[in-house]
Design a protein around this ligand. Structure first.
Ligand SMILES: [Zn+2]
Length: 331
């Protein structure tokens, strides 16, 4: 290995450690929290860090959580009174919900399946010391909270609490008028959601015409082109589509674009099914690590035989990101 290559490897390690949760991860957290806090009234809100919480405590006290939406990799807590909280977990943000605050022992690690809280939330009784968490996994998942990483605390009318923890403080909570959400900069420049009808072959071809020499992987990973598709899911999607990540977008045929659209959805659906990837920063809202990594075809499979043809999976660095592909199945 040449020193230059080592340099690139080192650089990528840095990036890799700072991976944000991806769309399936954030969606999994959203679904988990939706079961326990939608319909709840915020009886108290405590801000412990003005850099992270960009509004006054009193601005949301007494309001009710009417819904939880996801925009790309951000969460939106919809409140009554035309208000909405935009939450970005960034690299080390965590959302940890606790049924009974102050307990020192809880069942986070004992939870085997997400079906348990789903079931209990639909009629059964919640276990007294239940805790749900999502975002960056760290000892805070099982620590007594609040602690020094706690930046905000929501207290609800059923006595449950939601902690926003963030070691590095890049995450944030911002308050908007619900009706203004469409105009704010974080959301305005995002490309369409991969499961929306705006995301289709014609759209991708139109975008590709403007940047003909962009490599297909870097094209797909661009959040302004498609929302929420990160490194794992791009590599997997391009494997399903049989397309090399280094191809220029101008050389992709219409049939191949159709395959790309289908493959991106397929990769994300698998991510949702398995609760995302746990390798870097992610555990689902019930404390279960995602298992997507057990189901990848090429991602992080360098040197292993391709499941389809047996050829060794290769890895290159593209735009600073580790990129995995089968040199035989992908053209
Ligand atoms: Zn292959």
């Amino acid at each position: 290995m040449t020193p230059l290559r080592q340099g690139f490897e080192g650089q990528e390690q840095l990036v890799r450690g700072e991976n944000m949760p991806e769309l399936p991860e954030v969606e999994t957290i959203r679904r988990g929290l939706a079961k326990v806090i939608v319909g709840r009234k915020i009886v108290k809100f405590e801000s412990r860090d003005a850099k992270v919480v960009r509004f006054d405590e009193k601005d949301i006290t007494g309001l009710k959580i009417e819904g939880i939406d996801r925009k790309a990799k951000m969460l939106v807590f919809e409140l009554n009174g035309d208000k909405a909280i935009l939450i970005h977990l960034k690299m080390t943000g965590q959302l940890i919900w606790e049924a009974c605050p102050g307990e020192t022992e809880f069942c986070l690690k004992k939870m085997k399946s997400p079906s348990t809280p789903f079931d209990t939330a639909q009629g059964g009784s919640l276990r007294a010391n239940q805790r749900l968490a999502g975002g960056h996994p760290s000892p805070d998942w099982v620590a007594k909270l609040p602690n020094k990483h706690t930046r905000a605390i929501f207290s609800f009318d059923d006595k449950s609490v939601l902690f926003f923890n963030d070691v590095r403080r890049f995450g944030y909570l911002k308050l908007y008028k619900k009706s203004d959400l469409g105009h704010i900069s974080e959301l305005k420049k995002l490309g369409p959601e991969p499961f929306s009808k705006e995301f289709n072959t014609e759209y991708l071809i139109k975008r590709a015409e403007r940047i003909p020499n962009r490599k297909i992987k870097q094209f797909i990973i661009d959040q302004e082109i498609i929302s929420g598709v990160g490194n794992i899911y791009v590599d997997e999607a391009l494997f399903y589509a049989g397309i090399l990540p280094t191809r220029a977008v101008k050389d992709i045929s219409k049939t191949e674009w159709q395959k790309i659209v289908k493959s991106i959805k397929k990769a994300l659906e698998l991510g949702l099914k398995y609760g995302g990837s746990s390798e870097d920063t992610y555990v689902d809202a019930f404390g279960n690590p995602g298992t997507m990594n057990d189901h990848t075809k090429v991602y992080r499979k360098k040197g292993q035989p391709c499941g389809k043809c047996g050829t060794k999976v290769e890895r290159i660095v593209l735009g600073g990101r580790g990129t995995h592909f089968c040199p035989k199945c992908q053209k």
